[in-house]
Design a protein around this ligand. Structure first.
Ligand code: GLN
Length: 535
C-alpha cells in the first residue's frame, strides 16, 4: 500500500436510522483486523456547534472524548469497535463549519472576496476531512455523512465529497448504505427507492462505488444484478446487510459479504494481511453462550429512549460477556418511584445503576432507590448525577442534614453538599463550558476502587458542572463514607464508596465512555460480579 491516506465516505439513502455508524465501524473493524490503522469521523449536518446543548430526546446520548469534545453517540460505537480513542476532529457539525468560516471572515482572511457555500464552506468541510489524514496516524479515514442524501442541509457535504473524489482519484471511495423495503403483498424486496437515491447522488456528481443494502430478507443475485445495472456499480460490490441480533455481529456479516476485500480491491490495495478477528469472535461467543443471567435496573429519567444511555447499556454488554453472564436491563423511570413503592419496583434485581442527568425531574425517585440499595445491601453504582444523588441521600439520612441537596436542584438549600465551583458561577455560555474530558484521579489504597482499578492513578472522562462540596469531606468520612478517588490538582471528590456494603459506589466521571469490546471497563466488570454474587 502506498503512503497516501485512503478516504472512504459513507452516505445514506432512502431513510435515516439505517445504521451508517455501525456499517462504518464494522468496515473499520475489518480493515483494522487486517493490520491497517483506521479512524472514523462523523459529519453532522445540523447547525448546533456540537450536540452538548441538545436534549437526549433529540439525538440520544452525548458522547464525550478524552480531549473533552461533546459528540454524537456514533463516536461511542467507533471507540467500542476499534478500541482507539477519538477526538474533537472526529465529529464536525455544520454549526462548527460556519463558525470557523465566519470567524475567518471577521478577521479579514478572505481578502475582500464574497464568502459562499462553494468554495468557502466546502473548503472548510474538506479541510476537516483531510485533517485526520494529515496527522499521519491513519492509513484509512472513514467519513460518515449524517442524514440522508437529498436532505437540504447535507448538500454541501455531498458537494465536498464530489470535489474530493475528483481530487483524490484512486485514494477515495464512496459507500452508499440504502434500504430494500419488503412488500408483503407482492412478497418482494423492492429496489426502486435505492435506484432513486443513487440517481440523486449521481445528479450531485457522486458515483457510489459500493452499495450496502439493508434488508430483512436475503438479497438474491437477480436483485444485485438489477441494482448493479441501474446504479453503475459492479455486481460484486452490491452487498446485503441483514438485520443482526446484536450490532457486534455486523463486522462478521460484512466479512461474509467480503466488504473489506471489495473496498481494498476498489482502492487498488493488494493485501496479504490475513484477517484476525479472534478476540472479537471470542467476545461474541461468550456473549451468546452465557452461563448465568441477572437483572440489573437502570434508573433514569430518559429511559423511554434507550439511546440516551447508549454507552451504559453497551458497557453492560461488554461486562456481561467477560463474566459469562447475560444481563437483562430493567429500565426504571425515576419519576415513577418513591419510598413507598421502591421495594416492590426493585424486586428481583441483582443491582441498580443510577444514571447521569440534569435538572430536578425524577430526582427524589433516584434518592429513594439509593436509600433502599444502601440499607438493603443491594449493589449500587451511581454515575455523575447518580453519584451526586448518593451524596445527597447520605447527607439527608445518615448525617441528618434533612434539607441537603445539590444547588442545581435547590439553590436555596442550607446544606449544599453538591455545589458549583467558582469558575462555573458566572457563565454566559452553556455550550462547551462544563468540566469536560479526561481528568486524573488518585485512588486510595485499600479501597474498593483500588481493588477494581488495581492502580493509584487513573484517567476518566467528565461531563458535569456541579461537584461534591469539599467543605463536607470531613462530615462524610467521619460518618463512614469513603472518599476513595480524588482529583490531585483540585482536591475534588471523584469516587465515594461504603465499606460496610457489598458494592456501593458513586463516581463523578463517566466510566461508560471508556468501555470497549476488547477492554470492558473494570467498574462495570466488578459491579456485574457483585450483582452476580447477590443473585
Ligand atoms: N447535572 C449534574 C451536573 O451538572 C450531573 C451531570 C451528569 O450527570 N452528567 O453536575
Amino acid at each position: 500500500m502506498n503512503n497516501s491516506t485512503k478516504y472512504i465516505f459513507v452516505t445514506g439513502g432512502v431513510t435515516s436510522s439505517l445504521g451508517k455508524g455501525i456499517i462504518s465501524a464494522s468496515l473499520a473493524k475489518l480493515l483494522q483486523a487486517r493490520g491497517y490503522t483506521v479512524t472514523i469521523q462523523k459529519l453532522d449536518p445540523y447547525i448546533n456547534v456540537d450536540p452538548g446543548t441538545l436534549n437526549p430526546y433529540e439525538h440520544g446520548e452525548c458522547y464525550v472524548t478524552d480531549d473533552g469534545a461533546e459528540t454524537d453517540l456514533d463516536l461511542g460505537h467507533y471507540e467500542r469497535f476499534l478500541n482507539v480513542s477519538t477526538s474533537q476532529a472526529n465529529n464536525v457539525t455544520t454549526g462548527r463549519i460556519y463558525q470557523s468560516v465566519i470567524e475567518k471572515e471577521r478577521k479579514g482572511e478572505y481578502l475582500g472576496k464574497t464568502v459562499q457555500v462553494i468554495p468557502h464552506i466546502t473548503d472548510e468541510i474538506k479541510n476537516r476531512i483531510k485533517l485526520l489524514g494529515k496527522t499521519g496516524l491513519y492509513q484509512f479515514v472513514i467519513t460518515e455523512i449524517g442524514g440522508t442524501v437529498g436532505d437540504i442541509e447535507s448538500l454541501p457535504y455531498i458537494e465536498a465529497v464530489r470535489q474530493l473524489k475528483w481530487e483524490l482519484e484512486q485514494d477515495c471511495l464512496v459507500l452508499h448504505l440504502t434500504l430494500l423495503p419488503y412488500l408483503a403483498t407482492s412478497g418482494e424486496l423492492k429496489t426502486k427507492p435505492t435506484q432513486h437515491s443513487v440517481k440523486l447522488l449521481l445528479e450531485y456528481g457522486v458515483q457510489p462505488d459500493v452499495l450496502v443494502c439493508r434488508s430483512e430478507y436475503p438479497v438474491t443475485k437477480d436483485i444485485k444484478k438489477k441494482l448493479a445495472l441501474f446504479c453503475n456499480v459492479a455486481q460484486e460490490a452490491v452487498i446485503e446487510a441483514l438485520d443482526a441480533s446484536t450490532i457486534y455481529e455486523v463486522p462478521l456479516l460484512m466479512e461474509k459479504e467480503k466488504l473489506d476485500e471489495i473496498v481494498l480491491k476498489k482502492l487498488n490495495i493488494k493485501s496479504d494481511n490475513a484477517l484476525n478477528l479472534d478476540n472479537w469472535k471470542n467476545f461474541l461467543n461468550k456473549f451468546h453462550n452465557p452461563k448465568d443471567e441477572i437483572r440489573i435496573g437502570i434508573i433514569g429519567k430518559y429511559v423511554e429512549l434507550k439511546d440516551s444511555y447508549k454507552s451504559i447499556s453497551e458497557a453492560f454488554i461488554h461486562a456481561g460477556s467477560i463474566n459469562d453472564c447475560r444481563i437483562n436491563i430493567e429500565w426504571i423511570h425515576s419519576e415513577g418511584i418513591n419510598e413507598e413503592n421502591i421495594k416492590q419496583r426493585l424486586n428481583g434485581l441483582s443491582g441498580i445503576l443510577v444514571a447521569p442527568g440534569f435538572g430536578n425531574r425524577g430526582i427524589e425517585g433516584k434518592i429513594a432507590a439509593i436509600k433502599y440499595a444502601r440499607e438493603n445491601n443491594l449493589p449500587f453504582l451511581g454515575i455523575c448525577l447518580g453519584m451526586q444523588c448518593a451524596a445527597i441521600e447520605f447527607a439527608r439520612n445518615v448525617l441528618g442534614l434533612k434539607d441537603a441537596h445539590s444547588r442545581e436542584m435547590n439553590p436555596a438549600t442550607s446544606s449544599p453538599v453538591i455545589d458549583l465551583l467558582e469558575n462555573q458561577k458566572n457563565l454566559s455560555h452553556m455550550g462547551g463550558t462544563m468540566r469536560l474530558g479526561a481528568y486524573p484521579c488518585e485512588i486510595e489504597e485499600g479501597t474498593l476502587a483500588y481493588t477494581i482499578y488495581g492502580k493509584k492513578k487513573i484517567f476518566e472522562r467528565h461531563r458535569h458542572r456541579y461537584e461534591f462540596n469539599s467543605e463536607y469531606k470531613k462530615n462524610f468520612t467521619e460518618a463512614g463514607m469513603v472518599l476513595s478517588g480524588i482529583n490531585p490538582d483540585a482536591g475534588l471528590v471523584e469516587i465515594i464508596e461504603l465499606s460496610n456494603h457489598p458494592f456501593f459506589m458513586g463516581v463523578q466521571f463517566h466510566p461508560e465512555y471508556k468501555s470497549t469490546v476488547e477492554n470492558p471497563h473494570p467498574l462495570f466488570v466488578h459491579f456485574v460480579k457483585a450483582a452476580l454474587g447477590n443473585k
